[in-house]
Design a protein. Sequence first.
Length: 254
Amino acid sequence: MCFMKKVVKILLVLFALLIVALVVAFFSLDRIVKKGVETVGPSVAKVDVKLNNAKLSPFSGSGELKGLIVGNPPGFKTPSAIQVGSVGVKVDPGSVMSDKIVVRSVNVKAPEITFEGGPGGNNLSKILENVQGTEEKPPATKEEHKGTTKKLQVDDFVISGGKIHVSATMLGGKAATMPLPEIHLTNLGQGPEGITPAELTKRVLKEILDGTLKSVSAGVGTMGKEALESVKGAGTGTVEKATKGIGDLFKKKQ
């Protein structure tokens, strides 16, 4: 009888400790999100990813990410590929500690995209290649494995008010800024299988790259053939179509 009382007491203590741990985690969502972005981002894209801060309500799940910076791969001169001042998010709070995080909405406001060409293509296509390679290779560390294998569901993802800064080297010394077409994705990762961070990143980055090339093809024709040569290594699929569009545009101008 005495033994059973001890077992019950131990179980009650363990249960109480578990409740305390869950409460602490629940009220530390800001730190969890910031660490997650800065851990999973570099492991997926193979570039530096920094987040200034995250504010997320543990009750409503609504919040904001501020100061997101995605760096450039080695060999590119501009300091970053993507900078975002503010990202509005709404998460199902109860899903944060589960195997599948449910994100109700993501609103990326006025991102600054830097489009830079190099010997092997452009910076955005190189990051996309890195992400595609991540899907084929296992994570290097236990922490990366935990983050990259986490499943997501994103109901609504919007990127609006974006600007594309085309580097001067791509335009023969003439820098240019162009609008990024609005991007709207819905129902990503529906169902129990969800979507991995790498899959989500690839989907969003493809849309950014496609939108960037379309905008460049529409506005860069009068600035010189240097831009055409710099984007020829952009990639396949929609990227190849956009690149062909740039070539056709230059032909019309000649």
